[in-house]
Structure formats: C-alpha cells, structure tokens
Design a protein around this ligand. Sequence first.
Ligand code: SOE
Length: 382
Amino acid sequence: MNRRLRLGMVGGGQGAFIGAVHRLAARIDDCYELVAGALSSDPQRAAASAADTRIDPARSYTDYREMARAEAAREDGIDVVAIVTPNHLHAPVATAFLEAGIHVICDKPLAISLAEGLALQQLARSKNKLFALTHTYSGYPLVRHAKQLIGDGALGDIRVVQVEYAQDWLSEPLELTDNKQAGWRADPKRAGPAGCLGDIGTHAYHLAGYVSGQYPNSIAAELHTFVPGRQLDDHVQAMLRYANGARGMLWASQVAAGEENALYLRIYGTKAGIAFDQQNPNELLFTPLGGETQRLTRGRVQSAEAIHATRVPPGHPEGYLEAFAQLYRDAALQILALDEGLAIPPASRLLTTVDDGVAGMQFIDAVLKSHAADGRWVEVAP
Ligand code: SOE
C-alpha cells in the first residue's frame, strides 16, 4: 500500500460503543486514516464527535446522503465508509455509499429484513465494491485454524454442532435508562424484529457456519422475552438439522446472569472434536477420537490462515481488538485489489462479507417463522 485508505464513518459519535471499536481496529495495522464522518445527526454532537476523532470540520456531516455525495466528488474523497449505526440505517446508508462508488464496511446484522440484505448483496455486486460485514469473531487466528482443520478433514464427517452466546447485560430493563446501547437494541423500530437473535444470535450462527463449513437447512426455534415490558426477544434457542445429517443446537441469551461474552463453539466429527471459547481466544482444544486432548495455541499453529491473522509471537495474548483489526486488514487488501482491477488476494478471502450477512438474515427469518409456528421445523433459505 503506497498510502493509507481514506476511511469515513457514519454513526459512532460520542457515547457509542462499536464505533470506537471500529476506529481502534482500523488503526491497529495502519491501513486507514479516518478523514470524514457523519458521526451523529445532531449537529452539536456531530461537531463534538468529529473534534474528538480529529476529523476536519469541513468533512464532518450531519446527513449521510450529503456525505456520500460530497466525498464522491472530492479528489481526496473517502475510499471506504464504516457503518456503525443502529440496524435500521444499515441498508439506506450502505445504499447511498455504494451508489456513490464507495466501498462499505458495516457492522452486523446486515439489515432489518432479508429483502434489504438481498438488495445490498445485489448492489455491491453490480458496483463491484466490497461490502465487508464485521462478524468480529471470524478474525481470530484459532477460529480460522479450526475452519481449516475441518476443511482439511481432520474431524472427519461433521456430526454435531453446539454453539452458544451468553451475556447478562440486559438482565434488567436497561433500555428504560439513558443507556444508548440498550436503547436502540431493544427498540424494534431501530433494531428490527430480532433483539438478542439479531444482535448476538447471528454471531453464534455465523461462527458455527464459518468454522463447520455448513449452515443448517432446517431449524426449530423459540424466542423468549424474560424482562417484563421488553419489546424484543432477550433469549433464543434453536435446534439445527444439516443436509449431511448432522444435528446441532444454538442458544443465545442476554439475561444469563454472570455471563459476559460467553461465545462457545463445539464441533464433533467422526474422527475428532474441537472446542473454542471466545473469552479465551488464544487456545483451541482438539481431541482425536480415542486420543488425548491437544491444547492448540495462537502463534504456534502453522496453518497459513492462522499465520495471516497473527501479529505477535506465542504467549503474548491477542484478543478481540486484533480479531476486529484482522477484518479491517483483509478489507484493505480486497479494496486495493478491486480498485486496481486485480484478483482478490487469497489470504484475504476469509473476510466476512454481505454474503455472510444474507445467511444471517435467512437465519433470522427462519427463527421468526418457526417461533410464530410454536417451534415447528422450518427450512432455512439456501
Ligand atoms: C452487545 O450485545 C454487543 O455489543 C453486540 O452488539 C456485539 O456485536 C458483540 O460483539 C458484543 O456485544
């Protein structure tokens, strides 16, 4: 790269959580410089947030449409925009920037409906622009190593997939306070029809599919809301059936007292099993049938996929921010290739994109359908 990519951001103003994480992730490998933003629709907050992030006031906007137009017209306009707004704005904002010929890095879930997601997938393809979706946990070296182990047949035929994502931060009606994170995530107008399901259920679903190499073709699911008065689900559980005969279960909860970000994946095959704990991402347990459990550690495993996502020697923990940074680094590699008309570098191909986002929206749709039919088995769109 003979220069850093010029990054814009929509959302992520003062008090936002994930916007600040995106900014940290974009800095770690030094591939980007943040030069423009519509960090808030409130003019004062937008200006204050721009000052905090050292964005030139002339490139601080309060309207994302104006930002897309103005930045596309500049010689030094942004190459890519990070979308870190509540879910209901992902599609309109991404559409504005893709139409303006600007690449997109968007937080999950992709949109608030499958129709929106499919339209974004189509638009990104027609514009030949990157649409990266930040399923953070796919950036961990050992998640990528586990994916490669399964792809290489080390587990044999996959039989059982168990995935869970447990938090407790919404055990109380936090959305009734001034907590911005809880406010929009519990509001169907801004989050869409899926609460916990869309927020962290899609993370669990994606991780299981990404590592196992397959998504279920049918599910039986239930949504539940434990906190009285809450408008969206704060708990989801689903049984999973796969085309190859494998079976699985997924549960995600935001009222699991004592849990922080307990995303835990276990996959069992005819030859071996693996276990990955997101809260301890520098190790992966691999147990061959009839053999000893091997504790594989980050920095020591030798797959190209893991090495590509590793920055420091074994023993120095890498974590969530580095996993996030890996997505930004892979996105930079793909943006440069697309802009130069070159082939996408193979090492960057594990980046999660709008295609993964559509799979997540198909999952949300299937869960909503099954739940509405009292947990009847329903097909997941291919
Ligand atoms: C809140 O549940 C949240 O911030 C999610 O929105 C993120 O996607 C997840 O990575 C951590 O928890």
